[in-house]
Structures are given as C-alpha cells and as structure tokens.
Design a protein around this ligand. Structure first.
Ligand code: UN1
Length: 506
C-alpha cells in the first residue's frame, strides 16, 4: 500500500508551479506515474494544425528576438535560473512523480537546469567569432555568429526537463525561439517548466510572444516539427530507431539536427584499479536512475586478476540495494517507467541466459508499488563473452560483466557496439588511461578515467558518435550548432585586389 496519494500530490504541485488545471484535466491523452502506475492527468493534445500555428508564431518571435542584444537575451535566462532555484523542490518532486526518479536525482535534474542557465548567461557575452588573417592588403576578415531560427526540441522521459533546458537556455541566448515536444510519458514536467519560464518572461518584460511553446502529442506532433521548413534545427533525444527516422527527414530539407540517441556504455576495470572507488562508480552508473539514463553503464570488462575481488562485491551490492517508492522511501532505485520497459528487461535477461549468462537479480519487487507499477531488482549478468543482448541497449538496470586478459582485446570489444556515447576506464596506470583517451582508445563522445559513465557536468559538450547520432548539446562550444556563421571580408583599401592572384581588369 502506498501512503502518498500520487494523484493528489501531482495536482498540488502543478498548482504551486503555476500550471492551470485546464491544461491537464479532461484532455484526450492520459498520463501515468511510474511510482504507482496510476493515471495522474489527462492532457489536451495539439493537432498538426496547432503545431503549424505554433511554429509560425515562433518564427514571428524569431524576427524580433534575433535583434535583441545577446547579453540582454542572457538576462532572460538569468531570470529563468532564478525561477528554477525558487521552484527546485517542487519541480524535482514532480520529476520523481512523472519519471520515477529518487529524490536526490529529481533534485539533481533541476540543478542541471540551473547550471546550464548560469553557463548560458555567461555565454551571452561570449558568442565569439574569429578574426582571420587575410592575404589581401587593406582587408579584414572575420566571422560573425547570427541567430539561426526556430529550434524544435524533442525530449525523452528519462531526463524530462534537463534536456529541454540544455537546448532552451542555449537557443534563447543565441537568439532563437523554441518549440518543445516532450515525451508522451512526461508532459506534466514540461508544462511546469514552461510555466516557470513564463514567470521569467513576465519579469523580463519586453520579450516577443511565443518565444517558448510546448506541444503535447505523440509521434505526429514530433513529425510536424521535423518536417516544417520554418524549423531550422531539431534537437532530438531518444532511441536510435527514432533518430534513424528523424535524421534523414531533416537532412532531406537541409535542416540542422542534433541527435542524442542510444548508448551502450562500457567500463574497463584494469589490474591497478582502486576497487573501492570502482565499485561505487559502477554501482551508481549501472543502477542509478534504475538503469534508465542514456549514459547508464551497461557493459563491464574486468581484468581476470581482479575479477574475483570485484565481482562478488558487486553481486553483493546488487543483492542488497534498496528498491522502492521514491516518494516515500530513501531507496536508491525507483521504478521502471512502464510495463514495456519491464518486458524488455525480462526479454534481455532470457536472451542473456541463452548466451550462457549467469543472472543475479532482475526480479520484480512486488510490494514496492501497486500492481501496475514496475519495480525491479537491478540485474548483474556474468557473461562468457560479448554476445546477444550485450550488443544492444536495453533501457533497464542490467549490467553485463565480462572477464578480459588482454587490454587490446578489451578495447576492441569496448568499441564493438553500434552506439558510442559514454565510457570509463578504472586504472592507476597512466599508459592504460592515456591509451583509452587516445585516437585508438574509446570511440565514444565521452571518455572518463576513474569515474563512471553517467552524471556528466553541463560544462562539457554532451553527445556521442556512431548510432548515438553525433550531436553535441550543453557546454563547451555546443552553442555553435544553434547559430549560423557568416564569414565577412571587408575591404578598407582603395584598390580591389583579387584573392589567389587572379587578375580581371575591365
Ligand atoms: C540522458 O540520459 O539523456 O550525464 C542525459 C548524465 C546526465 C544527462 C543524461 N547529466 O547522466
């Protein structure tokens, strides 16, 4: 029996966060909480015509916003950061209700939003272009970065608000309006984030209308964003299957894309590794967020000299980890998002057994929620080799562990999967760690030493290679994807020399 009335608590939080009841009551799309499995809201969905109207309106906003000086645009994002600070506890709790995250991870997600706002405010005064040496006398060459246009954001359930904020904070300082289609599994946190931004907009004063809009709907709504020529960039987070559809459609109309797709992240534990540290990093990376991060650790290669020290301790951690209702307990592992996720997990575990895998955990924890909530013990699977389900991403807490004896072979196996998001090595040997970070080391967008695969800070560029899609969001120079670059050559001489020594005298 659960004690917290999830539906009542949702209503209370939405009210506090400023989401009008008309937006989430009596609509045509049901939304559920993975915490209890019950229906918590009915949202009104947007049609394709609504989406087209929203995009037109965003395009009008673009014409105004692109002319507002970037540091002033940064002021809006500064206010957004302030509003997020004020709403952190409530929004974090709503993330726990809608995505099933434990309290500290729900709050951590909102902190990630605040962090990217701070980053973007600084960035608003640093949208630097280069000046470039020209080969012609009396000339100056430079590059200028201009706002790009309407940015479409398609986000996934597992980071229902942080991924929006990475995109929205950068897009807004770069001079672009945003239109957001959140996951059908997490529409409420999207409405709440929009309400928070609207408070910042009200304080800001003179921003154009429709700078940020939310479209509630299914795949068709996402398609409306992808196919509309007024959307200059679509930043899409989700499965590789989704990316394989979205990417070519955007390419067909020469629109920009940032794709952040699947991950099948691995770690290598070397003979010199600090095993206490590795154990904690592996436990958080593999079991945190119930294995539902795109950065979750899914494969582990352990050197045979430390295998018997590390793996029994890991198995013990898996057996003893607390699984439970994130609203009522301090359990470290919350629920899977839905029944489909549970079924996929069970299928992968069966397939692993067929390949000779020895499974610990993976069973449903019946009394943690109601019948329609899916709580599982995370699973650790000792595999004789990398085969079958190990080669695929299953969005659930399954860690496949394999023994290695040869470092080169471990590196080959590490890279022998379709995805290329995040990776880690645990070693105190500099030759191994540097090799892992080198050109023939990890082929992922994120490669770490002595920390896990998940929990990246916002300051770095986030994204990965191969079937992860190749996009980069968040920090470093990821902002450049949200702007268009113009190369400008200015002649301040009295002559007209042509480049490359060409003469053309008329
Ligand atoms: C995701 O799972 O889509 O690095 C994003 C991390 C988080 C972001 C994950 N900062 O785990």
């Amino acid at each position: 029996m659960t004690k917290v009335d999830v539906k009542q608590e949702t209503a209370k939080l939405l009210d506090k966060l400023g989401v009008p009841a008309s937006a989430w009551q009596n609509g045509d799309m049901a939304s559920f909480s993975p915490v209890s499995g019950e229906e918590i809201a009915r949202l009104k969905t947007h049609s394709a015509a609504d989406a087209a109207k929203a995009i037109d309106a965003a395009h009008e906003a673009f014409k105004v916003w692109r002319l507002v000086p970037a540091p002033r645009r940064g002021e809006l994002v500064r206010l957004l950061g302030e509003e997020l600070r004020a709403a952190k506890a409530d929004l974090g709790r709503l993330v726990s209700i809608e995505a099933g995250k434990i309290t500290s991870e729900g709050l951590g997600e909102v902190q990630e939003m605040i962090d990217i706002c701070d980053f973007a405010v600084g960035l608003s005064r640093q949208l630097y272009g280069l000046t470039i040496a020209t080969e012609r006398p009396g000339h100056r060459m430079m590059e200028t970065w201009h706002p790009l246009g309407v940015v479409g954001i398609i986000s996934a359930f597992n980071f229902p608000v942080a991924v929006w904020s990475w995109n929205a904070a950068l897009a807004l300082v770069c001079g672009n309006p945003v239109v957001w289609k959140p996951s059908e599994k997490t529409p409420l946190t999207a409405l709440a984030s929009q309400a928070i931004l609207e408070r910042a907009l009200a304080r800001f004063g003179d921003a154009p209308k429709n700078l940020s809009q939310v479209l509630i709907g299914d795949r068709a709504t996402g398609e409306a964003l992808v196919d509309n020529p007024k959307v200059a960039l679509v930043s899409a987070t989700g499965s590789t299957r989704m990316g394989k559809e979205v990417g070519p459609r955007l390419a067909k109309r020469f629109a920009r894309s940032i794709l952040e797709l699947g991950g099948n992240n691995a770690g290598i534990v070397c003979p010199s590794a600090d095993l206490d540290m590795a154990l904690r990093a592996i436990a958080f990376g593999a079991m945190g967020t119930a294995g539902q991060r795109c950065t979750t650790l899914r494969r582990l290669f352990v050197h045979d000299s430390v295998y018997d020290q590390l793996v029994p301790r890991l198995r013990k951690a898996y057996e003893s980890v607390s699984v439970g209702n994130p609203l009522e307990t301090t359990a470290l592992v919350g629920p899977l998002v839905d029944r489909q996720a549970f079924d996929n997990m069970q299928k992968a575990l069966e397939a692993a057994k067929v390949e000779g895998g020895k499974v610990t955990g993976g069973n449903r924890v019946a009394d943690a929620g109601k019948d329609s909530a899916y709580y599982v013990k995370p699973a650790i699977v000792e595999m004789p080799k990398q085969a079958g389900p190990v080669l695929e991403e299953t969005f659930a807490p399954i860690l496949y562990v394999m023994k290695y004896s040869d470092f080169d072979k471990a590196l080959d196996d590490h890279n022998a999967v379709a995805a290329g998001l995040s990776s880690s090595i645990f070693t105190l040997d500099m030759q191994e760690s540097e090799r892992f970070l080198s050109a023939d080391g990890s082929d992922c967008g994120i490669a770490n030493v002595n920390i896990g695969t998940s929990g990246a800070e916002i300051g770095g560029a986030f994204g990965g290679e191969k079937e992860t899609g190749g996009g980069r969001e968040s920090g470093s120079d990821a902002w450049k994807a949200y702007m268009r670059r113009a190369t400008n050559t200015v002649n301040y001489s009295k002559a007209l020399p042509l480049a490359q020594g060409v003469s053309f005298d008329i």
